[in-house]
Structures are given as C-alpha cells and as structure tokens.
Design a protein around this ligand. Structure first.
Ligand code: F6P
Length: 555
C-alpha cells in the first residue's frame, strides 16, 4: 500500500463505465440473451471446484472490459500481491491480513517481520490434529473418564459465524459421537438453553476470542464455568473441560484456562477471517482433521486461482466488479445471498459479517470521505423458503436487487425428486428475475384462461414482472469440505477486491466500538451502581428507557 488511492470517480475508467451505463439504460437482459446465443458460454468461469454462470447480468463485452479496466486503474493486481505477501494492508491497525497463510501448504513460506509464520501455522495445525485425535478416539476424556459427547463453542462475530456455518455445512461428514453447540449472544437464553441440554462430565467448552476481551464471550464463559463448578463441585476439573483459542494468552490464563489448553491466534488474522485458524477447532472436532485440512485445501485452491488467473477469468474479481457495477452505477443498495442448500443456511449471516464489517466504511485509506458508495447491505436466506417471502419484492418491488444463487449439482440426501425440484426452483427464480413477464404476456395468459376483456385490463398490470434483475449462479458438484472452503474464500477475495476499488481499509472495524463503549457506561446505571452523571451516554431517551428497565426489574 504505497501510493495514495486514485480519486475513483475522476478515473477515465469510471467515466467510461458511466457512459456504458447510459447506453444500457433501455436494453434489457432479455434482449441481450436474444441477441447473443453464446452468452451463457461466454459468461461462465470455473475455479477450485466451483462454477459461476454470470450471464444473467446487465453485462456486455464493453462493460466487462470496462470493469476490468477499472480494476487495473485501481491497481488491483499490485494490491492483491501486497495482501498475499503480507504487507501491512490493515493500515489503521498496522497489521497484515494473512488469512491466506492459514490455508497455504507448509511448503509456501510466509514471513511477518522476518518471522516464518508458516512454521507456526503448521505447528498449530499439528497441535490441533493431536488434540482432535485424542478427543475423537476418547484418549482424552472428561474428568470422570467419560468420553466427550458435546462441544460448546463460546464466541461471537468472526469467532462464531464461520465455525458455525462450516459445522452445519459439513454435517454429512460429522462423526455421530460429537455434537457442537454455539453460544454467542449475551441474552441469557442462549447459554441457559444450551446448558440445559448437556452434561458437565461429557462436555468440552471452547472459549473462542481473539482478544479475550469481548464482554459477551467472557460473560457467557463465566456463566458456563460457574455452572460447571456448581454441577461438578470440582474446581480442578475445569482444567480438563475448558480450552481457549486466543491471541491474548495472559487474559485466558487469568480467566482460569490452563496454559496447555490455549491454542494461539495472531494479530495478522482478522476476526472475520479466523475460521481457518484454531478458531475452526469445533469444526475439526466434529468432522475430523482430515476434513478440516480438506476445507483449508479448498480455500487454498481458490487463493491460487485468485492470485494467478487473469482478471477477466478471475471468479472473485468478476463477482466483485459486478457488485461495483450495480452498487456504484445502477444504485443497488443491497446484495442477496440465496443458498439453495439446507446445509449452507448460515452462509448469508457469515457473509453479512464478512462483507459489511469489512466494507461498511466511509473514508478512504487516506482518511478522506468517499465520493461514492461503499459496501451494500448483505442479506438473504436459504432458497425456496425465501420464494414464499421476500422474492415477491425482488420480482415486483421498486428496487434493484442483485443476487447470488448458490446450489450444488448433487444432494447428500437424494429423496425422491426433491433435488431436481430444488434445482428447478432455483433456475425458475433466476430466469424469472432476468426475463420477467411483459404486459402483453400477462394479457395473453389471462386471455388464455378465458377471462373477459375488461377484467384482463384490470388485472394485467398486477401480473407484470419487469425482470432485468441481475443474478449469478454459483454451483459446485456437491457440498464438500473442499467446495465449502473454496466458496468462503471466494467471498473473502470478492470483499477484498471491492474494498480495493473503493480504496477503503477492509480489515478494521472501528464502527463497532462506539456502541460497545456506550453500553459499558449504561450497564452500571441499569444495575444501579452509577447514575447519569457518570455516563456520557445520557440523553432523555436513554434516561427514560433506563428508568423503564429499572422499574421492571424491581429497582
Ligand atoms: O464485532 C467486532 C469484533 O471485533 C469482530 O470483528 C470479531 O470477530 C468479534 O468482535 C469477536 O472478537 P473476539 O474474537 O476478539 O472476541
């Protein structure tokens, strides 16, 4: 990250795209398909076990070339190299962002400040391997000698969303003996409901926190530890049942976790990119280390593709630039993630954190206000269910909603014709979004049903679907450790590319601090140990709501 980022909106490449946008204003995707029979072959790319059909976009050859020129104008290749070799791309925290090093084979030597971090990564993987092996083979047991049957992972944000997504995604690879639970929320319901269903003698607790300073995680871990001691009456047994993954070993030890029970994290891994580190332990415990390594290999295959493929054929780059196209030139404010696979149900939530925490930024690397929009609202949900909910807005609402459909070609659970039905739904939705239904088509359809002319005139406008809603279709043979790894890495790189174009730091998250700090000032007021004079969050609304809370809680 040497020279300053160019003023994006003044770049000739930006201006050229603005002109392309005007030219495409009245040209529908339907027309683009009609004019170009090779479109689906032209806009198709494969990498790391994933295939991307991006033909259903407001895209012409001119736009495609223009988007790639913009990427080059923003020195994407130079910045990609800086990221991958471990430059301090996180400039506000003065750190590299080396999540790719966590999944690169030990033979690829990566250094930070002259230190060989690949060796540390390998050593940690080896430690994870023997730990996972001991637990799964029951060589390591709870304090009464009983095998571990439950793992409770306590963490939030990146220390929760990635591992939970992958645990769910790889359910077909899980060994029956170990059940993973996740606790993130400070709402006492989550920890209570989790503890109600497990037994202390057979439960392993993993405290997952890079900083070991996150209140939600610490309070939940304390509650778990108190519950454990109360149930077992054995303080010593904590040592065999509580583990931590953290970059703050001292705090973990002060909390009462035995030194040997702490797995490392590093400053050069961002929280939302940490699933590939020992934060992935719950995944490894449930699917075994071979599958965890396969997950890393899938991600690494995507890293290699991202590093080596020309921009025009580069899957993360294409997806990122299409996002820029809609967000910055067509006014799209959201991007929908629509996995048509039950195992991938938590993907939208993980990508929400990945993307919105990374690119929800308002100044560039020099601290100057952006002259254009940055990251969109990421949302979505598991396919088909959404068709009976928010798809209505996509089809007939007033907003532009670009979407990614994600679907495996084969199911792990081939029930009757279910998978073909699922696939048909997915294709039907993307086709409807692209082609829509014209007024004439709506009228013809109603006429074919024998409807009277006046009624047709009245109803037809309600049946029109404008179409021209863009989408990508991402496919994989099956949901496997490799394809899940590649899929998540794909979106990580997509996020990085977009942050590079916008010229923001995608690796910090200062925005989350203010609310946290204010909450810390409010807490003693709720508990009655401080009054408004000690709190700089005092205003009439806050004060009123604090009074309501206190009177409802007997204060
Ligand atoms: O929400 C802010 C954040 O810092 C995330 O980036 C991070 O993943 C999460 O909190 C949890 O942090 P930690 O792992 O340090 O507990």
């Amino acid at each position: 990250m040497t020279s300053p980022h160019p003023v994006l909106t003044s770049l000739p490449e930006w201006q050229a795209l603005a002109t392309c946008r005007e030219r495409l204003e009245n040209r529908s995707m339907r027309a683009l398909f009609a004019d170009d029979p090779d479109r689906s072959a032209r806009y198709f790319v494969e990498a790391a076990g994933l295939s991307l059909d991006y033909s259903r976009n407001r895209l012409t050859e001119e736009v495609h070339a223009g988007l790639m020129s913009l990427a080059r104008g923003c020195r994407l290749e130079e910045r990609r190299a800086a990221l991958l070799r471990g430059d301090r791309v996180n400039t506000t925290e003065n750190r590299p962002a080396l999540h790719t090093a966590l999944r690169s084979p030990g033979t690829d030597r990566v250094t930070v400040d002259g230190e060989n971090i690949s060796a540390e990564v390998e050593a940690t993987l080896a430690r994870m391997e023997s730990f996972v092996q001991e637990v799964r083979s029951q060589a390591r047991t709870g304090y009464t000698g009983k095998a571990f049957t439950d793992v409770v992972s306590i963490g939030i944000g990146g220390s929760f969303l990635g591992p939970r997504l992958v645990t769910e995604a790889l359910q077909p690879y899980q060994s029956p003996g170990i059940h993973c639970h996740y606790v993130a929320n400070i709402d006492g319901t989550e920890i209570c409901e989790t503890l109600a269903n497990i037994h202390p003698e057979t439960t392993l607790f993993l405290v997952q926190s890079k900083s070991f300073g996150t209140r939600e995680t610490l309070e939940n871990s304390r509650a778990a530890k108190d519950w454990f001691i109360e149930r077992t009456g054995n303080t010593q047994a904590v040592a065999s049942h509580f583990m931590a993954v953290t970059a703050n070993k001292t705090a973990a030890q002060e909390f009462g976790i035995a030194r040997d029970n702490i797995f490392p994290m590093w400053d050069w891994v961002g929280g939302r990119y940490s699933l590939w580190s020992a934060i992935g332990l719950p995944v490894a415990l449930s699917v075994g280390m071979d599958n965890f390594r396969a997950l890393l290999a899938g991600a690494h295959a995507m890293d290699t593709h991202f590093r080596d493929a020309p921009l025009e054929k580069n899957m993360p780059v294409i997806m990122a630039m299409l996002g820029i196209w809609y967000g910055n030139f067509w006014g799209a404010e959201t991007h929908a993630i629509l996995p048509y696979d039950q195992y991938l149900r938590s993907l939208p939530e993980h990508l929400q954190q990945l993307d919105m925490e990374s690119n929800g930024k308002r100044v560039n690397l020099q601290g100057l206000p952006l002259q254009h929009h940055s990251g969109p609202v990421i949302w979505g949900g598991v396919g088909v269910n959404g068709q009976h909910a928010y798809h209505q807005l996509i089809h007939q609402g007033t907003r532009l909603v670009p979407a990614d459909f994600i679907i495996p070609l084969q199911s792990h659970n081939p029930v009757a014709t279910h998978h073909a039905e699922l696939f048909a739904n997915c294709l039907g939705q993307s086709r409807a979004m692209m082609a829509g239904k014209t007024l004439d088509e709506a009228k013809a359809e109603l006429a074919a049903s024998g409807m009277a002319e006046a009624e047709i005139e009245r109803l037809a406008p309600h049946k029109v679907i404008p179409g021209n809603q863009p989408s990508n279709t991402l496919m994989m043979e099956k949901v496997t450790p490799e394809t899940v790894g590649a899929l998540i890495a794909l979106y990580e790189h997509r996020t990085f590319v977009q942050g590079t174009i916008w010229g923001v730091n995608s690796f910090d998250q200062w925005g989350v601090e203010l609310g946290k700090k204010l909450g810390e000032g409010i807490l003693p007021r709720l508990l009655g140990t401080a009054d408004a004079s000690a709190d700089n969050a005092s205003d009439s609304a806050t004060d009123h709501l604090i009074r309501l809370f206190r009177s409802a809680n007997g204060a």
